[in-house]
Design a protein around this ligand. Structure first.
Ligand code: CU
Length: 497
């Protein structure tokens, strides 16, 4: 099968990076400029910017930043010179007013004839991932193009009844989104107040852990799409723009981690040695009950809020462990957890109350059904080396910015089945409205979680239901493996009043 070749390509390069890891270096990274790496550095929280009196008014400057990361000196596109960008904290009913200053240099290239080729890496825009907000005008409008050398106002009204939880922001300009996100242009966007009624969570310290796959070329930069594809360049995992930072907890302490997978391509299966992870919210939406997992699988774009209760004093690694997504997902250390000091008498909540903030969509409520097949065309000769040889399709078509693919009536309640015809997983994401899982591979799910991003298993399917009640306008759905999106796996949705 054609897609088997794609998997083979990734398997080969994944094995190369594991070998590099084992030897304490990167065979292709000799040329990248080195920098000191403090292996005992504590995890640093991104700068927090909070709303005041119903408004978060802030500036985000997009510019090159120099960053020492994991033994390398990198020069990458950033928000505010840092990786990741600042954490934005708001409340339901607030207005987010951002002045985005694009301080990148002019694009060296003009627009391509083929819009599904990466282009114009210095143009950007802004997406509020997880926001149930207007996709129009100067709100969460990912069709805007924010040119280098200019400034743009963004104004997003967050409804009073918005779900509270962990969302995030990143660029979504087609052609440059992948390269900018992979560079570290991402930040947490937290809507506060989700567990005020549960003292065990309210009183726990909460921490943003924004995860990324760091990659770069021999100069410590990402300046061509060939750096992203195929995957032979140096790469490792980072948390908040740090490689293997130290997180200190006291024995018995309960901590809330807001995990955000801001990596561009691969799933991460997270596990903490000697501890269980207790998910309380997915994709910024509170779950009816707390879970207990030995590993939390996360796809690019997804968020998982988990509680951890620290055990006996000692050192425990938070790692990405083995996972099969049609090829091996990346593995490796993420953070060193040191449990030490005076014990704390904290407990996990016994229950989250059994209710979701969003009302379950019953089968009888559904007014329309759709099917969306996902498919990749890869070259028939082994192994393909250049990204331009691949084509990623939804409903057998590549993304076209001038074509509306899904027309939906405002007020509709729909059931969609997304079908993956390939031999490796895809990751479905849709803007503006979350959805409730109904079935995976045609088997009803045990827990009907609400999501905005979900793994579509290889040679399988995901079925979900969604309400399109509040916002008419155009937005997109796409694979959140950003290279798939950039090379065509995206559609335009129009909700019509
Ligand atoms: Cu995909």
């Amino acid at each position: 099968m054609a897609s088997g070749l794609a998997a083979a390509l990734v398997v080969r390069s994944s094995a190369a990076s594991e070998t590099a890891e084992a030897h304490g270096g990167h065979p292709l990274g000799r040329g990248a400029p080195r920098a000191p790496w403090d292996r005992n550095a504590a995890l640093v929280e991104p700068e927090v910017r909070r709303s005041i009196k119903g408004e978060l008014r802030t500036e985000l400057k997009v510019a090159y930043g120099y960053k020492s990361l994991g033994g390398y000196r990198l020069s990458l596109r950033t928000y505010e010179g840092g990786i990741p960008g600042p954490t934005l904290r708001v409340k339901p009913g607030d207005v987010l007013r951002i002045r985005l200053v694009n301080d990148l240099p002019p694009n060296p290239d003009s627009m391509p004839d083929d819009m599904t080729l990466p282009h114009q890496f210095n143009s950007t825009n802004f997406h509020f991932h997880g926001g149930h907000v207007s996709p129009n005008g100067i709100a969460d409008n990912i069709f805007r193009v924010m040119e280098p050398g200019r400034s743009y106002d963004i104004e997003i009204a967050i409804p009073e009844d918005h779900t509270c939880g962990t969302c995030w922001y990143h660029p979504h300009k087609h052609g440059s989104a992948d390269i900018q996100l992979t560079s570290g242009m991402a930040g947490a966007l937290i809507i506060e107040g989700d567990f005020d009624d549960i003292p065990e969570i309210r009183d726990a310290t909460d921490q943003v852990l924004l995860l990324n796959e760091v990659l770069f070329d021999y100069r410590g930069t990402i300046e061509t799409y060939d750096t992203m594809w195929p995957e032979g360049v140096p790469r490792f995992l980072s948390v908040n723009g740090q490689r293997e930072p130290v997180i200190r907890l006291r024995p018995g302490e309960v901590r809330r981690w807001r995990l955000i997978h801001a990596g561009h391509e691969n799933n991460l299966n997270l596990a903490l040695e000697g501890h269980e992870l207790h998910p309380i919210a997915y994709d910024g939406i509170r779950r009816p009950e707390i879970g207990s997992l030995t590993a939390q699988l996360m796809a690019p774009g997804q968020r998982a809020d988990v509680l951890v209760r620290a055990g006996a004093p000692g050192t425990y690694w938070l790692r990405a462990i083995a996972n099969d997504q049609g090829y091996p997902s990346p593995t490796g250390p993420l953070a060193k957890i040191v449990v030490e000091g005076e014990p704390m008498a904290m407990t996990l909540p016994a229950t989250l109350g059994g209710r979701s903030p969003l009302k379950t969509i019953a089968a009888e409520e559904v007014t329309n059904k759709r099917e969306l097949p996902l498919r990749t065309i890869v070259p028939e000769y082994p192994p393909a080396a250049n990204y331009q040889e691949f084509t990623f399709l939804i409903c057998d078509q590549r993304f076209d910015p001038d074509r509306v693919d899904q027309r939906i009536r405002l007020g509709a309640v729909e059931e969609w089945k997304v079908i993956n015809e390939d031999e490796s997983d895809h990751v479905f994401h849709i803007h503006t409205n979350p959805f409730q899982l109904a079935a995976v591979n045609d088997l009803p799910v045990a827990e009907a979680d609400w999501r905005d991003t979900v793994i579509v298993p290889r040679l399988g399917s995901v079925t979900f239901r969604s309400r399109f009640l509040d916002y008419a306008g155009r937005f997109v759905l796409h694979c959140h493996m950003m290279n798939h999106e950039e090379l065509g796996m995206m559609q335009i949705v129009e909700v019509q009043a």
